[in-house]
Ligand binder design. Structure first.
Ligand code: KIV
Ligand code: NA
Length: 265
């Protein structure tokens, strides 16, 4: 089973094969996703929320993302691995952005980077792509800009913001991105954007017309109980499975049922 490449994702769009993507932040989870046959693993800065317990993604540092990226790379053999550039590392100083991007690539061994933003970060993205680093864009709801928006509500519902999103998507394609995430935008807008692009769109809360889908793995496995947006489909209830397992262990330790003779030396 050959390694997934950025070129392959573009070919998948051409032949109408949907792209499957999930997040992972560590070796064990990445191994499971990779061996299950997932196309793309995203080392998202959502690590800030689900691994660290922060409210926003803003506190995530380059070094923390490198740690997660390296861990995922150790478990991913076939899947394409994309690492998020964290807040503050791509902010309008292309040489600085390139320096951070090169560190991320060198120290994680990842295949590609993801960067939030449109027109504002095009010079940064150009610099990074020119250095031979594949970049995936990210438009619509951009959690690193939460302090600008004030909410995590659906984006680009009005004409002006939708027009800017379409313009940004075309700019990202023009500058050489191999794809882009569209987060929490109306399904019809995703349809419009996806049909205008030759590079794939990966949706989250963006409806069925994206060329692929992505979810945060803790959310789709039901490890998180307290996060239930409309777009989320839960494929397991690991919160219950894990809670019952831990309670079983506690009970067996307390009752001296564990360990038994077979479990002892
Ligand atoms: O950080 C993340 O998990 C993401 C996805 C939700 C696209 O950026
Ligand atoms: Na992210």
């Amino acid at each position: 089973n050959r390694k997934v490449t950025t070129r392959r994702l573009i070919e998948m769009k051409q032949r109408g094969e949907k792209i499957s993507m999930l997040t992972a932040y560590d070796y064990s989870m990445a191994s499971i996703l990779d061996q299950a046959g997932l196309d793309v693993i995203l080392v998202g800065d959502s690590a800030s929320n689900v691994m660290v317990g922060n409210i926003t993604t803003l506190p995530m540092t380059l070094d923390q993302m490198i740690y997660h990226g390296r861990s995922v790379m150790n478990g991913a053999k076939r899947a394409l691995v994309i690492v998020d550039m964290p807040f503050g590392t791509v902010s309008g100083n292309p040489l600085k952005s390139l320096e951070y991007a090169i560190r991320m690539m060198k120290e994680t061994g990842a295949d590609a980077l993801k960067i939030e933003g449109g027109e504002e970060v095009i010079p940064d993205i150009k610099k990074i792509i020119d250095a031979g680093i594949p970049v995936m864009g990210h438009l619509g709801l951009m959690p690193q800009s939460i302090n600008k928006y004030g909410t995590y509500n659906v984006r680009a519902k009005d004409g002006a913001e939708a027009d800017k999103l379409i313009k940004d998507a075309l700019l990202l394609q023009e500058v050489g991105c191999f794809g882009m995430v569209l987060e929490k935008i109306p399904a019809e807008l995703t349809k419009t954007v996806s049909s205008q692009l030759t590079i794939p769109t990966i949706g989250i809360g963006a409806g069925p017309h994206a060329d692929g889908q992505v979810l945060v793995v803790h959310d789709m496995l039901g490890i998180n109980k307290n996060f239930s947006p409309k777009f989320l489909r839960r494929y397991a209830d690991l919160h219950t499975v894990m809670t019952e397992a831990v309670q079983g262990y506690i009970k067996d330790v307390k009752s001296s049922d564990f360990p038994n003779d077979n479990e002892s030396y």
